[in-house]
Every structure is written in C-alpha cells, then in structure tokens.
Design a protein around this ligand. Structure first.
Ligand code: NAD
Length: 295
C-alpha cells in the first residue's frame, strides 16, 4: 500500500510555480491574488491563512480582504467589482461558505471569468465541459488529478467512482476523470444513490467528496483500489491543543490496508488544492500579460 503524500507532491508543484513566478517577474509582472472572506467561520480563516502564506512563499502578491459577518450582498458585490477593475489583481476568490444571507452564486457570476481562479464562473464551467484549456479548472479536482498523474496511477479505462455531485468537487471531478488524457469510466454517486457500498466496490479509483467523517468503510472498497479522500471534517478532540482533529470521509485505518494507494487527511488533497490555486493565479497573470502584449 502506498500513501499518496499530498504534501510532497504539492511541494514539487509549488517549486514549479516559484520558477514561473520568477519568470513573470523578469517580464515585469507580479501575479496578484485577492482572497475575500466574509464572516468568522474558523475553518475558512485557516484555509485563507494557508493560501496567503503560500502566496508569500512563492513571491505572489496577495490581498486578504476580511469583511464582517453582517456585510451586505451589495457591499460584497462592490468589493468584487473593485477587484475586477484592479490591474494588480489577476485572481479573485471569495472563500466558501459565506454567511447564509449572502448569495454566493450572484457573487461568482460577477467575478471576471479571466480572474476566476476558483473556476466556478459559468464561463469556466462551460470551458471545462468543452475541454477548452483556456479556462480555469476548480482547484480541488485538479489537485486530485495531479495526485493520480504524479503518482503514476493508470487511469485510462479505469472504473472511477466519485461520491458527491457538488459544483466545487464532485461535478468537475467527474468531468476531468472522463476527459481526454484521463479516460476513466466514471460513475457519480450521491445522497440518493442506492446500494452505495456496492457501487463503490466497483471502483478502481474511489474519490469520496461527501463531508461526512469516516463514512467510507472497508466494505466500500475493492481490494487493490486507489482511494483519494477529498473530505475534510473536524472532530472534537480534547487531547489536541486546538480542541479538534481533522479526518477525511474515509475510515482510514480500516480502509488503507485494502488499498493499492490512498491519500491521508490531512496531508493529501488539501495541500494539492492550494498548489492548484497558485498555479491558476500564475496562469491568470500570464494570460493577462499576453493579452496586454498582444493588444
Ligand atoms: P457538499 O456538501 O457541497 O456536497 C456533498 C456531496 O455529498 C453532495 O453532492 C451529496 O449528494 C453527497 N452526499 C451527502 N451525503 C451522502 C450520503 N449519505 N451518501 C452519498 N453521498 C452523499 O460538499 P463539498 O463542497 O463537495 O465538499 C465535500 C467534502 O470535501 C467536505 O468535507 C469538504 O470539507 C471537503 N473539501 C475538501 C477540499 C480540499 O481541499 N481537500 C476542498 C473542498 C471541499
């Protein structure tokens, strides 16, 4: 059994990003990422902190915009409109989930598709469906694909089962897996799927993205399968200084011995997601530069 070390694989990807940032610097451009966070969700603040820190490590300019919980929809839209117009910002993301009174979809639609480094704008979703490489691919599924590729996992013709159909993970994950170059045969399971464990046992590659701690047990997993655990769940743990520990959607201890390869949580998909965000930001900076030079 191989543990797919997302931290190490992400570090490799980030080393490549650092070189690309230097290349852009040499052409006179510093990639810039704006991260907008509304409210106090503790996990979201941790994620935003990691994103901003990784930018600093790579030489990417970052702007963290923290808005109070009671910020109105109109105010958030104004902030996004300002970032759309700001030439020092190439990538914009609004950390999910915002407070319940905020309409996330309206905000996503306002983000300039050329700055939509999360890949959630309808234009980028469309480009993903059409396999048009000029768009931005959502970071988490893109990170999962890179994990598979860099670990040398054969995907062509493999049976892949994705659990979850969200716009952030499940749907784009399925599209990438069935796409050219990956060529898996894809099943998407979700909360209404019948006989879920049986469906999952067909998988050569199983990708749970559910948000339920240790939901996927050994009876979901075929001997020799590759398991990419997207879930990140906080469990209370008074023995930890933080008061919690992170677990995935997979019951790791019982599932790992059956697997050919598996990602741990933490240290699996999470670091890859951040690396892909950096890569998307660099792509945005490069294409804005190409456009400026071309026009
Ligand atoms: P979501 O709540 O939007 O979607 C969850 C999906 O799980 C839904 O499509 C639903 O149909 C499915 N589901 C729920 N209960 C089910 C059940 N009993 N059986 C089968 N399917 C069921 O969540 P999301 O945004 O897609 O995130 C999923 C998980 O991935 C969460 O734990 C989240 O924290 C994690 N996540 C991790 C990263 C990362 O960087 N590693 C990034 C994004 C999300």
């Amino acid at each position: 059994m191989t543990i797919l070390n997302g931290k190490e694989i992400a570090a490799d990807a980030l080393a490549g990003c650092r070189e690309q940032v230097q290349g852009l610097e040499a052409r006179g451009v510093t990639p810039g990422l704006a991260v907008v966070i509304v409210g106090k969700d503790p996990a979201s603040h941790v994620y935003v902190g990691s994103k901003v820190k990784t930018c600093a490590d790579l030489g990417i300019y970052s702007r963290r915009i923290e808005l109070p919980e009671e910020t109105s929809q109109k105010e958030v839209l104004e902030v996004v409109a300002g970032l759309n117009a700001d030439p020092s910002i190439h990538g914009i993301l609004v950390q999910s989930p915002p407070p319940p009174h905020i309409n996330e979809e309206e905000i996503i639609r306002l983000i300039d598709p050329d700055k939509d480094v999360d890949g959630f704008h309808p234009v980028n979703v469309g480009k993903l469906v059409m396999e048009d490489d000029s768009g931005f691919v959502p970071c988490t599924p893109q990170g999962c694909i890179q994990l598979l590729e860099r670990a040398g996992i054969e995907t062509s013709g493999a049976n892949a089962v994705v659990i979850g159909r969200s716009m952030i993970v499940g749907k784009p994950m399925a599209l990438l897996l069935m796409g050219r170059g990956i060529n898996a045969t894809v099943t998407v399971a979700h909360s209404r799927t019948k006989e879920l464990a049986k469906v999952c046992r067909e998988a050569d590659i199983l990708i749970p993205a559910i948000g339920k701690p240790e939901f996927v047990t050994a009876d979901f997993v075929k001997e020799g399968a590759v398991v990419i655990d997207v879930g990140i769940n906080r469990l209370e743990d008074s023995s930890r200084k933080s008061g919690y520990r992170l677990v995935g959607d997979v019951a790791y201890e019982e599932v790992a011995p059956k697997c050919r390869a598996i990602t741990p949580v933490p240290g699996g998909v999470g670091p890859m997601t951040i690396a892909m965000l950096m890569s998307n930001t660099i792509k945005a900076a490069r294409s804005s530069m190409d456009q400026a030079e071309g026009g």
